[in-house]
Write a protein of this length. Structure first.
Length: 184
């Protein structure tokens, strides 16, 4: 019976992984390469993530330096960064691109926290949807006499505890990110 829940646990892990990855792009007080790694850049007619086209590092807390592996696509990378709606002005400096991050204001920090809370709620909704799908599967197994009523109750109890566990993990990640954003 637990194999239904165990086989679907992978979906919970995917949701958790997606949430972690999704909030990486939220800016904290420091500039990190993860803020721009997934920016889409179209070069030679193909759309790619920036991290596949250039070396990205943050030599200073407020600066990201992007060094394209192919110097011919530097303008394409600049256009991709402008189109990414990062509210930053890329500066071409020879063979590299610099992104200077202004310090976050109190207002912009609060706005980032709102975005974080929205992403948190989306992750929770995803978990609830997965829980409902598994719950329906368990109930249909009982109806088809594949499992007993006691097994159904136990499976639903285990499912609820698994969902709570992942909700708590997502909340903890969110709380840590919020502290990071609000720290000056």
């Amino acid at each position: 019976m637990h194999n239904i829940i165990e086989s679907n646990k992978e979906q919970y892990e995917k949701t958790l992984g997606f949430f972690k990855n999704d909030i990486l792009s939220l800016r904290t007080g420091r500039a990190t390469p993860s803020l721009v790694e997934s920016v889409k850049v179209t070069s030679y007619g193909v759309s790619s993530d920036l991290m596949q086209l250039a070396a990205i590092n943050a030599p200073e807390p407020q600066t990201i330096v992007i060094k394209p592996w192919d110097k011919n696509i530097i303008k394409d990378i600049e256009k991709g960064l402008r189109d990414a709606d990062l509210n930053l002005n890329p500066v071409i400096d020879g063979a590299i691109i610099r992104l200077n991050f202004p310090p976050l204001t109190e207002e912009s920090r609060k706005e980032l926290v709102k975005i974080l809370h929205k992403k948190l709620e989306e992750a929770r909704i995803s978990l609830r949807g997965q829980r409902e799908k598994i719950r329906e599967e368990v109930i249909s197994l009982e109806k088809s006499k594949a499992i007993s009523e006691d097994e159904r109750f136990q499976a639903l109890k285990d499912l609820d505890s698994l969902t709570k566990e992942y909700n708590d993990k997502i909340k903890e990640i969110s709380d840590n990110k919020e502290k990071e954003i609000m720290t000056i």
